[in-house]
Design a protein around this ligand. Sequence first.
Ligand SMILES: [Ca+2]
Ligand SMILES: [Ca+2]
Ligand SMILES: [Ca+2]
Length: 171
Amino acid sequence: MSLPDAPALTTPKGRVYAMLDTDGDGVASRHDYFVRIERARQATGRDHDDPLVIAARTTGERAWAAMDANGDGVMTYEEYVAWVDADKFDNVCRYALGALFDLADADQDGALDRAQFTALRQALNNRASNADAAFDALDADGDGRVHRAEYLASIRAYVTGEDSPMGDALY
Ligand SMILES: [Ca+2]
Ligand SMILES: [Ca+2]
Ligand SMILES: [Ca+2]
């Protein structure tokens, strides 16, 4: 298996892809993808049959099926770059990302506090070193909470290459 070109890891899509490659072997596999959901389940203390866990798996299955179009269990970096765009984010990714956000939102009010946000990021294989910076960037009004819509909008802007001040902090 060939690793993605090193420069790719400095681009938004390269960084997202690196996050999706949970075991770091250079290729995002189906196993990598669902390990992230399972880690989020464990980190948020939810049961396997929790409706939110089931929703995360269902939206995850849908997203993975779209990303791994040829169904070989692997989404190469080239496949990911060719696939992801604003339309895919709006119709596929946002549901999977939103369902993961909901796992961490213990009181289901649509916002995460710093501890919940950090735990979710770590479970999803985001870099731990910038968790505080990411939270501060997303918590624009400084009320100590990051809202679901802001979270999704920020990731969308980052992945689709729009100007995103918190993109670097997020990933
Ligand atoms: Ca991998
Ligand atoms: Ca594939
Ligand atoms: Ca909440």
